[in-house]
Write a protein that binds this ligand. Structure first.
Ligand code: SF4
Ligand code: SF4
Length: 430
């Protein structure tokens, strides 16, 4: 029986258009904008000024506090200044504008040949590595748990439709990826390391098994959404359940994405800070979808200019299930950007909701075993107390419930609102 979790859904994976396309290097236009916040935690402090010359790999923003991650220039050129630009949420944040000289001169850190566990953690922190699967949680924090770690879980599931960035990474950089995974294992002093890959990627499973040489257990996962959810992949691979409001480390696990492991390889073995990543451009409105190795700070509008695009009604950063719908294409590539999708009318589900018919489908697919219809129902009645009884805080916002709802009720929006209000109330009381 294939490793998996309970419940979930089976959306069309829509990966066929890009899965066999080798990632191309996509170099930025005349200017990049490096966001000072590309991570969960405090924004960085700028460490450059207008007129400063920089190389790719020069630090331009220094982490403020433990849960924060340094940011780096992705090009060589001259700093134009600090500007405010919209990020993917539409919120304006500070970016370092850099005029690209097109030379791509690099500043690397010294290569570490046989680093200790602490040296790996220090390098990960210096290189500004965050969760490249999109969570953007600073990786050095994850590598400093206050509990012993038995299992390192590497997430190669890539369960969101359309995206083939992790797939291409596994196909093209298998050997380097294995080195990065083993560095993470050493940093955590974990006993076991599992790499989970959905079984709709048989060539990647084969490729990674070839490079792993039994040092890493490569496990095919049943293709099912949200197989790449942290709690879901832990359960699929170890049968351990992370209790409500607890973290993977509480059951002796750390989960890292394949992109993160590759960034660790680059930082330790190549001395390269985190300013480049694999990314997919796809969606029905993109005539020539592609996989790219792209640099941070490149505006989405500059990427789209290089594509033939038809009418689209929704631009999404990340996957169609959990990604963020973009108000415009002003945002730039960050460390956590796995894809940019331009979706047509035919690819978007009807959003005009009707009344709940109590069919329970939303409950039957929920990987967290929640009752979304009850949370939504009580939120509509402005009864937060009752909604809370149905545990919205445990929702991982995977969108499976809304996907199957025949009444097209935007269940995730209701649940998000409930979570926000519960958290706000908690912080007011504390
Ligand atoms: S309630 Fe949350 S966890 Fe459950 S299916 Fe809906 S979005 Fe996913
Ligand atoms: S799936 Fe939709 S219609 Fe069915 S119970 Fe859930 S909210 Fe109601």
């Amino acid at each position: 029986m294939k490793a998996t979790f309970r419940f979930g859904i089976h959306p069309d994976d829509k990966k066929d258009r890009t899965k066999d396309l080798v990632a191309e290097r996509l170099l930025p236009d005349e200017k990049v904008y490096i966001p000072l916040s590309q991570h969960i935690g405090a924004p960085c402090e700028p460490v450059v000024e207008k007129g400063d010359k920089v190389r790719a790999g020069d630090m331009v923003g220094k982490a403020k506090g433990f849960v924060s991650a340094n940011v780096f220039s992705s090009v060589s050129g001259v700093v134009e200044g600090i500007v405010q630009r919209e990020c993917v949420s539409g919120q304006k944040i500070d970016h370092i504008a850099i005029v690209n000289d097109g030379k791509y001169e690099e500043k690397n850190m010294p290569v570490l040949t046989n680093p200790t566990s602490q040296e790996i953690i220090d390098r990960v922190r210096e290189a500004g590595i965050v969760g490249m699967g999109g969570a953007c949680f600073p990786t050095h924090v994850k590598l400093s748990p206050n509990k012993p770690i038995k299992y390192l879980i590497i997430n190669g599931a890539e369960c969101e439709p359309y995206i083939t960035a992790d797939y291409r990474l596994m196909m093209e950089q298998g050997k380097e990826l294995v080195e990065g995974i083993l560095l993470l294992k050493k940093a955590l002093q974990a006993e076991y390391v599992y790499l989970g890959i959905e079984d709709n990627k048989p060539l990647a499973i084969e490729e990674m098994k070839k490079h792993s040489e039994d040092l890493i257990k490569v496990v095919p996962l049943k293709t099912k959404y949200p197989q790449g959810g942290e709690k879901q992949i832990i359960y699929a691979l170890t049968r351990l359940q992370v209790p409500r409001c607890q973290l993977p480390m509480d059951v002796g696990c750390v989960v890292d994405n394949v992109g993160t492991a590759f960034a660790v390889y680059q930082a330790v073995k190549r001395g390269k800070p985190c300013y480049e990543r694999y990314m997919t451009i796809s969606g029905g409105a993109v005539k020539n979808p592609k996989n790219y190795i792209v640099r941070t700070g490149m505006p989405y509008e500059d990427i789209i200019k290089r594509h033939e695009v038809t009418d689209y009604i929704k631009a999404v950063c990340g996957g169609p299930m959990m990604g963020l719908s973009l108000p415009n294409l002003n945002a730039v590539v960050t460390k956590g950007t796995s894809s940019l999708l331009l979706l047509t009318k035919e690819e978007i589900r009807e959003t005009q909701p009707s009344a709940c018919i109590n069919c329970s489908r939303c409950h039957m697919v929920c990987p967290m075993n929640l009752m979304p219809m009850m949370i939504d129902g009580y939120m509509k009645k402005n009864d937060l107390e009752k909604a809370e009884e149905y545990d919205p805080i445990s929702c991982i916002e995977c969108g499976s419930c809304a996907y199957v709802c025949p009444a097209r009720i935007p269940l995730v929006q209701s649940i998000r609102l409930a979570k926000k209000l519960i958290k706000e109330r908690g912080s007011k009381q504390s």
